[in-house]
Design a protein around this ligand. Structure first.
Ligand code: SAM
Length: 372
């Protein structure tokens, strides 16, 4: 067993640092799993791909990767991270988009801006828009998103620019009036002066295009492998039986992170690429595994589906003594994950492995049987 302590290692090489994402998996762990338990040319599946760490490593190591994901923004991030795009194409598109934005901003500051410029500077409507974004920031984001959506360029380049755009909002130092935005509990924080969106876009783009160039370089010397990101629910995987050589996944935790909340400030601006408005996006929140949303009616009763799992049953009954609401949420999580595991088993070829990563705080391990 090699040393699996990656403390102090760089986890942001290649495209791994392209976009913030809550509970991202350390790439070194995926690399270890793929190196020891799969061969080049084999098929690796991640049924809950998140921001795409498994697919990036699979691509760098010449394995074909398939990832399913329920969240449209996570899918877009994952897709961009594992697809090689030439730096020159990125720069050409970036320069055209920024030139058009600067023209619009200049026109907007004239006394009587043309109607079409005012239309382009009109932000999407959503509740509390002015609380989270200052008017200057909103106008520039609206113009920028318009030109990313409308300027002719390939889809791969456009997706990259969309992710550059969302990384302005979903960042520790967001252009929104918010802090800690990559986690699900945002804190409102008013910028003393509205940030310069286009300057930040430039800084982000320069860094991200370098990261993409590093990823392209790492892919250059390995046989070309497919990296497919697909919409899908891991409880009902649209994957044929026994088609996968290895599964590597880090599932969501029970009630710990609310991805639809973590992403909600970027989603309304990105409707052209995500294909959903904020209301539709939010209405899906209860179907994310581990979500606290959605009501589970009635009192807690132990489900028939868990009767053969003594430990799960006893944990749930103890929890019910303290909070029936939490017992119901955790029971839903157990049942969901049981279904995911059954689907993974179905998709896996015989005698092949699935590797699952759940992060557990070290203090929890001291008092428990670590083998379980
Ligand atoms: C811990 S994250 C995965 C992080 C990923 N390994 C990475 O490095 O970025 C778990 C992911 O599961 C997704 N998810 C939740 N419920 C799902 C479902 N029913 N089907 C597919 N994906 C789901 C969440 O949207 C989230 O992106």
């Amino acid at each position: 067993m090699p040393d699996l302590n990656f403390d102090g290692h760089n986890t942001l090489y290649a495209t791994h640092g392209l976009h913030a994402f809550a509970a991202k998996c350390p790439p070194q762990l995926v690399k270890y799993g793929l190196r020891y338990y799969s061969k080049p040319g084999e098929i690796v599946l991640d049924p809950m791909i998140g921001s795409g760490t498994t697919l990036v490593e699979a691509r760098i190591m010449g394995r074909h990767g398939i990832g399913y994901e329920i969240d449209p923004l996570a899918r877009l991030i994952a897709q961009v991270k594992c697809r090689v795009v030439e730096e020159l194409c990125l720069w050409n598109a970036y320069e055209t988009v920024v030139r058009q934005c600067l023209q619009d901003l200049a026109a907007l500051h004239h006394q009587d801006p043309p109607q079409e410029v005012r239309d382009r500077a009109t932000p999407p409507e959503f509740h509390n828009l002015d609380y989270w974004f200052s008017p200057e920031v909103s106008a520039t984001l609206a113009i920028l998103s318009h030109h990313i959506a409308e300027t002719p360029m390939s889809n791969a380049v456009r997706d990259f620019l969309w992710i550059t755009f969302s990384s302005l909002i979903l960042a520790k130092k967001s252009v929104a009036n918010a802090r800690d935005i990559t986690h699900s509990r945002h804190h409102h924080w008013q910028h003393p002066h509205p940030p310069n969106v286009l300057e930040k876009f430039k800084t982000r783009f320069e860094r991200m295009s370098k990261q993409m160039a590093e990823f392209a370089e790492l892919c250059r010397n390995v046989p070309v492998a497919r990296a497919e990101v697909k919409p899908g629910d891991a409880r009902h995987l649209p994957q044929e039986d026994e088609t996968v050589d290895l599964i590597f996944t880090s599932p969501p935790y029970a009630t710990a992170l609310d991805y639809s909340r973590a992403h909600f400030l970027a989603v309304p601006w990105m409707q052209p690429v995500l294909g959903v408005n904020l209301e539709e996006y939010r209405s899906n929140a209860p179907i994310y595994i581990g979500s606290e949303r959605g009501c589970i009616a009635g009192d807690f009763t132990l489900s028939d589906k868990l009767t053969s799992f003594d430990l799960a049953g006893s944990i749930l009954c103890q929890l019910n003594q303290q909070s029936s609401h939490h017992a119901k949420l955790i029971q839903r999580y157990f049942i969901d994950m049981y279904q995911v595991l059954s689907e993974m088993e179905r998709a896996l070829k015989k005698q092949k492995l699935m590797l699952l990563l759940w992060c557990v705080h070290p203090s929890h391990l001291k008092s428990r049987d670590t083998n379980s």
